[in-house]
Design a protein around this ligand. Structure first.
Ligand code: NDP
Length: 453
């Protein structure tokens, strides 16, 4: 059996070791999930709702433990980690209302009527990345369970600890054996098997566009349902007529939250030319003032990157001679630290401007007018997120409609809420998670004609 050593990204010290699930064990888990499904789909809606609420309560009573695991195993600042554990509870509670609302339609037709049912799919495979181990797990797990499916989840190899604990909490809360299982292991083994196994009826994948593309191709072999949440290169568009102080004060959090390891990171700041100098003067102290350091400290705003290899990857976007306008600070010594870094002016073919960095590196680019801002924002294969800063309501709506992304905020740096739909345009993904309709994506609509003749 292979074993993975989880490292603390802030200290490089081992946290614990985790046994990796093998191909055979993956098959056994899928068989357990398939065997548990007929009984789970028959659990009365009110009872399924009660079990999900018990699961949420169990998560709630272990928030500090879960947050501590994420601090140690992923390097997330403790304030963020507490919020992430709370998100698991809240998402479970939100979707605990769904089992009793999975209602169909009745459609009068000549000679009778048709009724529709939302039928659960069966076993759902959930593949989770390392950047937000808890929230992204919950976004797939909660609506899938609520809709009457059983779930087999694979956390990222590097960050399995919170998902494994959440799997135990599900059992402690009373979910039957086999209904929700967590399999720590490699994507090439466990993840690939979930994709290829015919008993797995849907894959929910969050991760890189490259792996997402190969998963979509593999799912096509079995016409398997798939939701993809992939990369981003989102724009933070700042017009001259906005509250520039607020835009500059929040811009660091729009891109450096989670050390920039965020698919929604606004890693391209576009600023109207007439206010670029003033924006940069306001932005610089905001970047330098970010509290980067010990994730266990409540005052910390940004922690380390996930691994040495990822730090090398991020650093490759800032070679010597790169146009560094200014930087924040980062601890020296042990830990996978990288300082918040602002690049300007950047050439349009600079990889830092065109590619997803997934680290604390942002570019600043001027634009002349609304049409140019939209064109520049859309000049990317991605389309996940973005922000628009303006005091002109008409412009805010015009630009929001014109920018080809799934999730935008106006005069705010954040746009993800679990009760609103989330997902990407273009190569940022396929399908939507979250929001009131999410359980429907874990069902098939069945249409039944009933003769009255
Ligand atoms: P990867 O695509 O490398 O990995 C994501 C998950 O897929 C991991 O659990 C990984 O396992 C698994 N995996 C890898 N190869 C396969 C395979 N062949 N078959 C099945 N599963 C596989 O992405 P990262 O972990 O590097 O995550 C970062 C990326 O995720 C970024 O591009 C980011 O933009 C994107 N992301 C998108 C979000 C969104 O909602 N749109 C949210 C968060 C991140 P293993 O752990 O072994 O590598």
């Amino acid at each position: 059996m292979s074993v993975f050593t989880v490292l603390n990204p802030a200290t490089e010290e081992p946290v614990t070791t985790v046994d990796q699930v093998s191909l055979e064990q993956t098959d056994e888990a899928i068989a357990r999930a398939a065997a548990a499904w007929p009984a789970w789909r028959e659990v009365a809606p009110g009872d399924r709702a009660r079990l999900l609420r018990a699961f949420a309560a169990s998560v709630d009573s272990h928030l500090e433990e879960l947050a501590g695991l994420e601090v140690a195993g992923s390097g997330h600042p403790v304030g963020a980690a507490r919020w992430e554990a709370g998100q698991v509870r809240d998402v479970l509670l939100y979707y605990s209302a769904a089992p009793e609302r999975l209602i169909g339609q009745q459609i009068p037709v000549p000679g009778g009527l048709n009724v529709t049912f939302h039928e659960p799919l069966g076993v759902v495979g959930l593949i989770v990345p390392w950047n937000f181990p808890m929230p992204i797990l919950s976004w797939g797990m909660a609506p899938a369970l609520a809709a009457g499916n059983t779930v087999v989840a694979k956390p990222a190899e590097a960050t399995p600890l919170t998902a494994m604990r959440i799997g135990e909490l599900a059992l402690e809360a009373g979910l039957p054996e086999g209904v929700f299982q967590v399999l720590p292991g490699k994507g090439s083994v466990v993840g690939q098997r979930l994709v290829d196994h015919p008993a797995v009826r849907k894959i929910v994948f969050t991760g890189s566009t490259e792996v997402g593309r190969s998963i979509m191709a593999a799912c096509a072999q079995q016409v398997k349902r798939v939701t993809l949440e992939l990369g981003g290169k989102s724009a933070n568009i700042i017009f001259a007529d906005c509250d520039l102080e607020r835009a500059a004060a929040t811009a660091p959090y729009a891109v450096f939250d989670n050390a920039g390891q965020d698919c929604c990171s606004r890693s391209r700041i576009l600023v109207q030319r007439s206010v670029v100098d003033r924006f940069m003067a306001l932005f610089e102290p905001a970047v330098r003032g970010m509290a980067v350091g010990d994730p266990a400290s409540a005052a910390t705003e940004m922690g380390p990157l996930i691994s040495a290899a990822h730090r090398d990857h991020v650093a490759s976007f800032v070679p010597s001679g790169a146009p560094v306008a200014f930087r924040g600070h980062a601890p020296s010594g042990k830990g996978f630290w990288y300082p918040p870094t602002v690049l300007a002016p950047v050439r349009p073919d600079d990889p830092a401007y065109t590619e997803e960095v997934f680290g604390p590196v942002v570019t600043v680019t001027p634009f002349s007018d609304e049409a140019e801002a939209v064109a520049v924002a859309n000049d990317t294969p991605y389309g996940l997120s973005g922000s628009i800063w303006t005091s002109d309501v008409g412009r805010a709506i015009r630009v929001a409609r014109a920018v080809e992304t799934g999730n935008l905020s106006v005069n705010s740096h954040s746009s993800v809420r679990y009760w609103t739909p989330f997902g990407g345009f273009k190569q940022s993904g396929l399908g939507r998670e979250l929001g009131p309709d999410a359980p429907d994506a874990f069902t098939e609509t069945k249409n039944v004609f009933i003769s009255t003749e």
